[in-house]
Ligand binder design. Structure first.
Ligand SMILES: [Zn+2]
Length: 105
């Protein structure tokens, strides 16, 4: 029976501790399973939602860090690993750009 990464949908080898595609820690899957992920992981959980917010987050993080931070908070409060992961990255990018803009101005 095939299992799929709940983060990126990549097919997993049995007992894999990490997804070889996206690096997600799969040891947390047991916990996730209890809070509503697909029971058998037969169906890839591909998270196409929040894509616009993720892209907008990166763009805003570079152009207008404050708005990027707002978008990152939005992403971090979503229920999907995908949105949370990108939310973290957006936040990091926004903070770095903000700090750099303070140094330069
Ligand atoms: Zn993955």
């Amino acid at each position: 029976m095939s299992k799929y990464c709940p983060s990126c949908g990549e097919e997993l080898v049995d007992n894999a501790k990490f997804c070889k595609s996206c690096g997600m820690n799969l040891e947390n899957m047991e916990a996730n399973r209890n809070v509503g992920y697909n029971q058998q992981f037969n169906v890839p959980i591909v998270e196409k939602d929040h894509k616009v917010a993720i892209i907008a987050g990166y763009v805003l993080a570079v152009l207008i860090p404050l708005l990027g931070i707002i978008v990152s908070v939005y992403l971090l409060t979503r229920n999907t690993e995908n949105a949370k992961r990108h939310g973290k990255y957006v936040l990091i990018v926004a903070v770095i750009v903000w700090i750099i803009s303070f140094i330069l101005l």
